[in-house]
Design a protein around this ligand. Structure first.
Ligand code: ZN
Ligand code: ZN
Length: 339
């Protein structure tokens, strides 16, 4: 299990240190653990998270700058590890090249094959890392440091003084467009969460329900039962619909054709609260796990097997998207299984 609280604490300390490094009067010299260069604080970063050290040294391995033995030795060094800023940029560039992507959100389009190939080198470096952990580490790193690749002030100046319309093929333009699209998509997801929460809280208003049972009854899109609002949930997120119906497919309660039909229905989809619990139970059984965090111990084989059924349901979902969808769903609804 990954301890996110600890990582957040480390991130906070690193940010404090980065801010104090901006004060030129207190600049100190540091030696980079990767290239051995000595530079002042402002050009260095203290790396405290093991997962970040792992990816930085993986980048060196991929660029053939270091042997596997030296890379392993690097990972055993104590907490305070200063490295030059530009190694972060180099690492992102190397990872993007290996994964054949151009921005963090592209990782959702990565094939399982390409991810698996880079994962093999990770395993040589650190034996006990699981495939799902690796994907989580990659996502966090790319999201945190991708901005380091953005054009400098001079780049922008050069760019605007040319007064030429950027070509849409320009990777920088593409990266920005995709990032914006990704952000819009996330905001949409948050909006849906918010609306669902509003609806849930209003449906908990029991006295009103007693008087208006007939008006507040809904038909479940999965089992066709009619129940009052308090026992129903309006599902607006496509990914949640997808997993709910995947659960039905796994339990042989629905044909693949009917499942496709369900996914094409319009936004307002009421389902019994019970089906969330059922879906979690089914997914846990198929993935041979017992809590959301166990997904980090899941083998790529088991994940791949369930992924195949998911592809039959929605063709364009990538393997990485699927893992992200699973994690979100299990973390959000696992509490529904409580006795
Ligand atoms: Zn360096
Ligand atoms: Zn139902």
């Amino acid at each position: 299990m990954i301890d996110h609280t600890e990582d957040l604490g480390k991130m906070y300390d690193e940010v404090l240190e980065d801010i104090s490094a901006l004060d030129m009067t207190t600049q100190r010299h540091r030696r980079c653990c990767i290239c051995n260069d000595v530079k002042i604080d402002g050009y260095m970063k203290n790396v405290t998270m093991d997962s970040e050290k792992l990816l930085l040294i993986l980048g060196c391995l991929f660029r053939k700058e270091i042997s596997m033995i030296d890379a392993r030795e690097f990972l055993t060094r104590p907490a305070k590890t200063y490295v030059c800023h530009f190694h972060f940029t180099e690492t992102i560039d190397t990872l993007y090249e290996r994964l054949q992507i151009t921005c963090p959100y592209d990782i959702y389009k990565c094939s399982a094959d390409i991810l698996q190939k880079t994962f093999e080198s990770v395993c040589e470096l650190r034996v006990h890392t699981t495939f799902t952990q690796y994907i989580k580490i990659l996502l966090d790193f790319l999201e945190r440091y991708d901005h380091m690749r953005s054009p400098t002030r001079q780049d922008l100046l050069d760019y605007y003084t040319t007064l030429v319309e950027p070509s849409c093929d320009d990777p920088r333009v593409q990266a920005v467009e995709e990032e914006v699209a990704g952000m819009l998509h996330e905001t949409e997801g948050l909006g849906n969460n918010y609306n669902e929460a509003l609806e849930c809280s209003s449906s908990l208003d029991m006295p009103k329900q007693r008087h208006q049972d007939i008006h507040n009854s809904r038909r479940c899109c999965i089992c066709n039962d009619v129940k009052i609002d308090g026992y129903m949930k309006n599902v607006t997120m496509d990914n949640e619909k997808l997993l709910l119906i995947l659960g039905c497919v796994f339990r042989n309660e629905i044909s693949m054709i009917d499942a496709h039909g369900f996914l094409t229905r319009p936004a307002k989809t009421y389902v019994c609260v019970l089906h969330f619990k059922e879906t979690i139970d089914t997914l846990y059984e198929k993935l041979q796990i017992t809590c959301p965090y166990d997904i980090y111990k899941c083998s790529a084989d088991i994940l791949q097997k369930t992924f195949e059924s998911m592809c039959e349901l929605r063709v364009h979902t990538t393997f990485t998207q699927y893992i992200k969808i699973l994690l979100d769903f299990l973390e959000r609804y696992d509490h529904m299984r409580a006795p």
